[in-house]
Design a protein around this ligand. Sequence first.
Ligand code: TYD
Length: 132
Amino acid sequence: MMYALLNFRVRGNHDGKLIALEKGDDFPFEIKRVYYIWDTAHDVVRGKHAHRNLEQVIICTSGSCDFILDNGQEKVTVHLDNPTQGLYIPGNTWREFTNFSADCVIMVLASEHYAESDYIRDYDTFLKEIAA
Ligand code: TYD
């Protein structure tokens, strides 16, 4: 599986909306790290790496952007523009993200603490590792 789109349960009424995420039926892992990205120019391409073991759920909490995912055999583009959806990305998936709207805020929920050793930042190395 290269990715999954998770649909989160919204607790909403006329006062507004709320989504709560914790490990369980709706969410695939224990969250160890959260980071968020904003103020990114429209044409910038971020990412350009894979993780060996890290699992992530990406939520576009505001605005929109495109994630291009690549497992070495096929590429898919996933457009994110809805805070009720989470893009689950398993390990060994090359990702690039771009086409940021001016109001785009991306929140990333990660299964592990930050570890540079978990990154594959070179595409040819990525292809070699997944073929091994
Ligand atoms: P990087 O993951 O390369 O950003 P992106 O994939 O969004 O383009 O990270 C950018 C910088 O931030 C890099 O120097 C590493 C640092 N960083 C941390 O220190 N902790 C973190 O949890 C993350 C995700 C990045």
